[in-house]
Every structure is written in C-alpha cells, then in structure tokens.
Design a protein around this ligand. Sequence first.
Ligand code: FEO
Ligand code: CA
Ligand code: CA
Ligand code: CA
Length: 664
Amino acid sequence: MREKDSSPSRGKLTYEASEDIPVNPTSNATFGEIVQRRFNRREVLRGTLAVTAMGAIAGPIAFGGRQAKANGPAFTFTEIEHGVDTTHHVAPGYKAEVLLRWGDPLFPDSPAFDPRNQSAAAQLKQFGYNNDYIGFLPLPEGSGASDRGLLCVNHEYTNEELMFPGIERQDRDREFADMTKEMVEVEMAAHGGTVVEVRKSGGTWAVVLDSQYNRRISAYETPIKISGPAAGHDRMKSAQFASGNYTIGTINNCAGGMTPWGTYLMAEENFHGYFWGDIANNPEKVNYERYGVPGQWYAWGKYVDRFNLEKDPRSANQFGWIVEVDPLDPNATPIKRTALGRFKHEGAETIVNGDGRVVIYSGDDQRFDYLYKFVTEGRYDPGNKAANRDLLDKGTLYVARFDDDGSATWLPLVHGKGPLTAANGFKSQADVVIETRRAADLLGATPMDRPEDVQPNPRNGKVYVMLTNNSKRKADQVNAANPRPENLFGHIVELTPPDGDHAAEKVTWDFLVKCGDPSKAEVGATWNPKTSEHGWFAAPDNCTFDSLGRLWISTDQGSAWSLSGTADGLFGIETEGETRAYSKMFFRVPVGAELCGPIFTPDDRSLFLAVQHPASDGTKEFPGFERRSTFDDAATRWPDFKDDMPPRPSVVVVTKDDGGPIAT
Ligand code: FEO
Ligand code: CA
Ligand code: CA
Ligand code: CA
C-alpha cells in the first residue's frame, strides 16, 4: 500500500501508510485483563486441538495423486538467502521471468510505452501500475487448463515520483503543486484492473495481444453498476451520478478473488485517500470520519469533481465496495456488490459451503479494524451460470468477535437486529452496508491488527487470516486474537469452522504463527519457535493455497524490512504436523517492492507473482542509496535495468527448470 513518507531513520518503524488516519475510536473488547486467564485455558485447549488436528491428518495427506508429508517439511525446495538488493531471486532449480510490466501493450494497437510522454489514452491500452491481486481463469471456460487462461490483475495505486520524470513525492502540505491534470488522468487510467489472455508454449508464457478477452478497467472512464441493498439509495446519489445505480471507476483495488462461477472480484481498499474537501458541513461527516475520508493522498480532487467532496458531497459513498467483473465478457459492466459491505476491503476469497451457499471472506485493512464474511442466501449451481450471476446481491454480512475461550462468533450485520436500528442512524440495510464499520463497532466486533488476505483452504476448510502488524496497539488494548502490544511483525490466525460449515456463526480459532525474531523476547516469541534456515518473516499480507493445500504467503513490511533484514517475498509455511509454522523463503523482491498476488495454475507448474512498487518503500534504509527513489534517481531500475526506463511494477511467472509442479 502507499506508504507515508515520515523521514525515517534506519531501524525505526516507518511503515503503515495510514499514519495520519484516525484509527478505530471505539473500545470494543479490550480484553487486557482476561488475556492471561485465557492463555492458561488456551494452553489446555491447544493440547486438545493438536490431538484433533493430528488425528485428521494421520498418514500422508494425499491430494491430486501427489503426497505432502504429514510429519516433515512439505515444501521441497531449497530456501533462498534473506537480504535486500536491486533484483529478484527465486529458489534454485526455478526460473522467474517477467511476463507483464507497467506500460506493456494489451492490444494490437497499443502505443509503445514512452514513460517520458505518457498519456491517459495510451495508459488505457497498456498494463496498469502497481499490480496487486492476480486471478487465473483457465481457458476454455471450465477446462481447468494450466497452459492457457486469463490473468485478472488489480492495479492498486500509483507512485507519481516513480511514474513521471522530474516529480518528487507530492502531498497535501505542498498542495500537490507539480501535478497537472494530464498526470492525474494518467494516474486514474493506471488504476483499476487488467484482464489479459496468456498462453504457455514451449515452457514459456506470453501475452496474447489479439485475444477477444483483453480489457482494461480504470478509475478514469469505466462505467460501473451499483447493485444490492445500497443501490439507488439517496446516500449513494452523487452530483455526477444522481441515480445511485452507477458510477465511474474503481480505486485502490488491492487483493481480490475469483468466484466458482468464473467472475473476478476486485476489492476497493484505501478509497479514502482519493478524496478532497472540507467535510465540516457534509451530511456524511460521521460516516466519512470513521473511514478517514477525505485522506488527500492524491491531487485528483483538484481536477475531478467527484473526488472533491465540496463539489460532490456524497460521492465517497460510491467507493469502498467489492466489484464483480465477468472476465469472459469484455463488454460486461462491472458491478459494485453493496451487500458485501463498505470498508477498506483487502480481498474477497470465496469457498462453496457444503450446502451450496457461497461464503466470501474479507479483511478491513486498518489498525483496529475488523474481519468480515458474507454468506449468500442462494446456492451455487455449477450447471447454471445465469443462476449464479447475482448471488452476491442477497445474503448476510457478518463481522467477527474473538473470545478468550478459543471460539469466535460471527455477528450478523442485519438491519433491525440488536443496535442496528433507526435510533442509531440505521434506517435500512442500505445504511448498514454504507456504514459497515460503525455498525460493526456497535455489535462489539474485535479490533484486529490490520486484517489483510483471508484464505479458506479448499482442501480442509480451515481459514487463514493474515494480520500484518499494528504498531499502535497499547498494552491495555490487547485482546485474545491480537495479544501483542506494539505488534511490529504481525501474526496469522487460523479459523476452524465446525464440520467445515463456513456459514456457522460459531467457529474455533488458534494462532498459526506470531511473526518476529524468536530469539528476541521484546517482540514476543513466535508461537512455534521453529524458523527457517535463513531467518524469520514479518508482515504477512497476501496468501494462496496450491493444489496440495499448502499455504504460501507474501509479505509487505514497508520500510521496516530493515528490522527483519530482508526484502519482502513469498514464503511456504507449514500448517500441519510437527513442523507447523515452519517457513521457508521461495522468492524475494527487489528493494522497495512488496509482493502481492500469488496464484498457481491448477497443475501447480506455474506460479504468477505481482512485484509491486519496486524502488518505493524503504530505499532510505538501503545502504549506499539512502533517499527516496524517483523516476530520475531510483534505487533500482528493475526489471529493465535501463537508464532511460523507470522501475516498473511487473507480473513474474515462476516455473521449475524440469517443468514439474512447484515445491514437490
Ligand atoms: Fe493494499 Fe492492505 O494492502
Ligand atoms: Ca499489499
Ligand atoms: Ca498490505
Ligand atoms: Ca489470496
């Protein structure tokens, strides 16, 4: 995510972009006084759970004809060295090739990338900036193919100082003085998403430029429909789009997900950062303040009325949603599904429940914010695509409360239930979804340490919650699931739905790992003191499962990589058996980048990775460079390494030298 420049010194914690955002003001469940009591009980519970888990995996776990060992490290690759330098690294025996770079053509008539003369028109025909989520949809539809498919890629945000020559990082203190209207339009065109066909031939992946499916979705010009409980509501009516049923654009698309019916979900995360204007007299003041609107991270409000709340008071209500896209129909209008709530959605990962209902997990990535799930009312019908089309419009949104007895309760965010009534400003379900955070506050949800990707394991139904970090948590604010004050390195929580029922309102939970240096008591020991050959990892952010049901996590430390001593990367982490929580680094990004979007093809033989914002975060801590990178003076020019080419966020594809499945 976009990191605030706070003049860091080496070793000082400087990440967490939202330093200036007011954090959750509520004091839900500050269980400081009961944590010790809970842990005594939980040690007992852990013993019980361990027996259950071991019982469930007795013998080798056999999936897809291959076997993962139950009692030894399941990831059979040699870990790479931790560290930081100007390029990427992958485990020995693998190759990592750059497949798509910012500015690469997506259509036969795309203009050649000319970063010194970029225009919105060119950018709309080229791969966008800061690739984040990657989905892989096999082609032909339903084939399960691993050598041809659509990549669905989010473009989360832009770094003006790395995109435009002669420009330093801009901010509101200097009123974004150097940003022209043309630059803002390029930024808007570089946001959103890309759908692009890719094919593997002779062991090498390439983009299919003349594919009928290729498209760009942007913040600049893409019409987007609004559906679900908030559609057409007065609070959704902006000055420009007065029906409340449409808007233009999607912003800050971080992680996401693919649905079982083949659509692509784009999560709108830090939407607050795009708005300007004084909200003292804004009718949405209370609502906006809970989200940090207006964040003024960008100059957009200077030139585009819908990002200026003085000109368009309610337009910020049209952002902060999950957007559903049909990648097989490039003419289909993307849809904001308001039933899934409005917050800083990190992602939207889906699982089909045993009864056919579909469950979507989503974290709200801010310090002290919450974990959500949505359960559809209707059931997924694998044989009837049309019947699945609007499944995401009806269902129940829940927020999680974690208790000290090792259980968690999913609290329904339903108008009329409990405090969600007109007396508290919730006159309908539209109000509940528009002000999801405030509704969740009233229900007593558990404030978490920045919930990022939330991934159900399709093999065993357990759910993994990435909690990046929370340097602001005080000792009297710890709770059962977030037990460390000043949590610099984050942790991973594992949810176990009863009998695999993801619709259940009560589940059990445990820690998979508390990240940090296990030799240093001051950061809190890892839950499992086992660590990798070369060190430990911090700041779990995105994650995925391979077809063996093994968990892979990517990290986002921001400038704080200097505390762990390594750039971000991809780690395999064991979830079962004696080596539970043991991790190994498989891939490492160049200086300043974070890693996003890990996704395997169905055969595990190709792994797509999104290297986001190379040369951006923490180059002030990079020995020998020690300043903020710009287009003209960058800590790395990855991946081109040409003097006239700025660093470029890019999708990398990893394959094994012998062509076999990865990490087996
Ligand atoms: Fe876009 Fe929560 O990182
Ligand atoms: Ca991220
Ligand atoms: Ca992040
Ligand atoms: Ca994921």
